[in-house]
Write a protein that binds this ligand. Structure first.
Ligand code: CU
Ligand code: CU
Length: 341
């Protein structure tokens, strides 16, 4: 007899392919990945950890998904078309299509997601403070959606009351302000569902003249995966895939200034957090000031809160970063920086 599916036994179940169906939600991939190994207790109790944290056996098919959490770290969209208006203002135009899409969130498990441009999080929209932003939005999904941007703009550009029906389009246009780390997301009810299904993305407005030069800039959007649609998260992630950087560490170098644009889009749980191992970081809440508010190794974020971290590693080696809501870490929100000389 199969044990009931719980958050705790899910990965073990999926690892051996014994999971027929996860509730009424996510469906198994029709042809499971070829390389699956027997599930084992990942912790060697003799004291030698087989891997750093719990994980899953097998691999996500990122090509099937059409996006990869590692690529999303550094994929900044400065505009599909950039031009100069008569008044000298820079115009950045973006084409965004909402769609319905199956996304493999754990090996062999498909989640019926809603996406902007086929990926989760959606495109990272990046611009300078004062630029004119024009979003050509087409709703290619079978459900009504919008794009609601955080930031300052007129009411009719807020993406709340003008619900865009399937097949319809809308142009959002406004000046980018204030500078900082923001986000956009669908604002159709039920809101938590539209966000948790994948309709969100980073919106980064650089200050005039830019932030001080960093060697690396990464976008990390924290969220959850409610694969059985019970209004609770089964896994947790950065850039939508659980354990994103656990087996694919982020490569950096000793002494490099690393900047992380961190956004909490987690639904169903009130708090999320980010903890950096063996180091401290400067924290810029919402990224709206050039002066950090705190020098710390752990930051707590409520829903939609975000900001910027800056740090350098002093010594080479492998360092974890993860939610210090440790249950989230064990259920997918964990990763590593690989620091080389
Ligand atoms: Cu929506
Ligand atoms: Cu919001």
């Amino acid at each position: 007899m199969l044990a009931p599916l719980t958050r705790r036994n899910f990965f073990r179940a999926s690892a051996v392919g014994s999971l027929g169906r996860a509730g009424g939600g996510a469906m198994p991939v029709p042809s499971p990945p070829a390389q699956q190994q027997p599930a084992t207790d990942t912790v060697d109790h003799s004291g030698h950890a087989a891997i750093d944290m719990p994980g899953f056996v097998g691999e996500i098919n990122h090509e099937f998904n059409g996006f990869n959490p590692t690529d999303i770290l550094t994929d900044f969209n400065l505009g599909d078309r950039v031009s100069t208006l008569e008044n000298g203002q820079t115009l950045r135009e973006y084409d965004i299509i909402a769609g319905d899409k199956q996304v493999e969130v754990a090996p062999g498990i498909l989640f019926p997601a809603w996406t902007y441009n086929g990926r989760i999080p959606g495109p990272t929209i990046r611009c300078n403070e004062g630029d004119r932003i024009r979003i050509n939005f087409l709703n290619g999904s079978g459900h009504p959606h919008t794009m609601h941007f955080h930031g300052i703009h007129p009411a009719n550009m807020d993406g709340v009351f003008e619900v865009i029906q399937p097949g319809q389009s809308f142009v959002y246009e406004f000046d980018a302000e204030p500078f900082g780390v923001h986000q956009y997301h669908c604002h159709v009810m039920p809101l938590a569902k539209h966000i948790a299904k994948g309709l969100y993305g980073a919106f980064i407005i650089d200050p005039k003249g830019g932030w001080p030069k960093a060697d690396r800039e990464f976008v990390m959007v924290m969220s959850g995966n409610d694969i059985d649609f019970d209004g609770g998260n089964d896994f947790y992630n950065v850039n939508f895939i659980p354990f994103p950087f656990d087996r694919h560490p982020i490569q950096i170098k000793v002494g490099e200034l690393v900047r992380v644009f961190l956004i909490n889009m987690l639904e169903f749980d009130l708090l999320n957090s980010f903890h950096l191992h063996a180091n401290f970081f400067q924290w810029y809440p919402t990224g709206t000031s050039l002066t950090p508010s705190e020098f710390t190794d752990t930051i707590i974020l409520g829903q939609a809160q975000r900001g910027m971290l800056e740090f350098r590693y002093k010594f080479p080696g492998k360092y974890m970063f993860h939610a210090h809501v440790t249950e989230f870490a064990e259920l997918g929100w964990t990763g590593n920086f690989q620091v080389e000389e």
